[in-house]
Design a protein around this ligand. Sequence first.
Ligand SMILES: NC(=O)c1ccc[n+]([C@@H]2O[C@H](COP(=O)([O-])OP(=O)(O)OC[C@H]3O[C@@H](n4cnc5c(N)ncnc54)[C@H](OP(=O)(O)O)[C@@H]3O)[C@@H](O)[C@H]2O)c1
Length: 225
Amino acid sequence: MILITGASSGLGAALAKRYADQGEQVMISGRNQARLAGVAQASTNLHPLAADLCDEQGVATLLDTLATMSGGAALDTVIHCAGSGYFGPIAEQQADEIHKLMQNNVTSSILLVRELVKRYQDTPLHLVVVMSTAAQQPKAGESTYCAAKWAVRGFIESVRLELKGKPMKIIAVYPGGMDTGFWPSSGKSLDTSSFMSADEAAEMLQGALKATAHGHIADITIARG
Ligand SMILES: NC(=O)c1ccc[n+]([C@@H]2O[C@H](COP(=O)([O-])OP(=O)(O)OC[C@H]3O[C@@H](n4cnc5c(N)ncnc54)[C@H](OP(=O)(O)O)[C@@H]3O)[C@@H](O)[C@H]2O)c1
């Protein structure tokens, strides 16, 4: 069984549909119930579970519900796609938007990963954390977004060290630009027609996530262009 966060749109929704088409049972999560229900219509293998990952209780309830709904099936993969963007020259950025950005990217990742480690560190769970090429390099006009994604990278690299020798593995993913609702919702207007579609990025990621009995690809950069 697979849990995909940020699955009410974009990369998460595209991945969810691909896995469901291949017969996997996929729990899809996001805050917007209507959008989640829309995604779930694509397959009876898709099961919507709404949750705000910035809320500690929301994360715990999501994982409790998932365990109840699974009917004993083991959770083998979590793909954490939830996140949001906010851009612009630093002098023009608004404090409330910066706070939201940190919550949706950093707090959500920390609360989800903490709860997953508590529950699953001794099981062979693959936890895939989707960040961005903005976690690998500085970008003018994206300072707080880079700060958020670099923070997530520092966090998961550190948790990886804590999990050394355990069956639970963390896989780091760094996608470049994708043509999704991320850009309009971030408030940044730009031409994304040459960016990867969510489905193209999902296809590449799904290929890279194929593990063997004794190995897995630990760090994945999906470059655009
Ligand atoms: N698009 C790009 O160019 C690009 C490039 C590199 C990396 N990324 C990263 O890739 C990931 C997926 O991006 P995308 O392009 O697919 O964006 P998207 O279409 O905007 O999807 C983002 C998802 O995150 C969910 N989400 C946001 N905050 C949440 C919260 N607090 N709790 C639960 N769910 C939350 C949203 O659902 P609800 O609104 O329903 O909660 C939505 O399903 C993000 O982490 C993004 O930063 C995007």
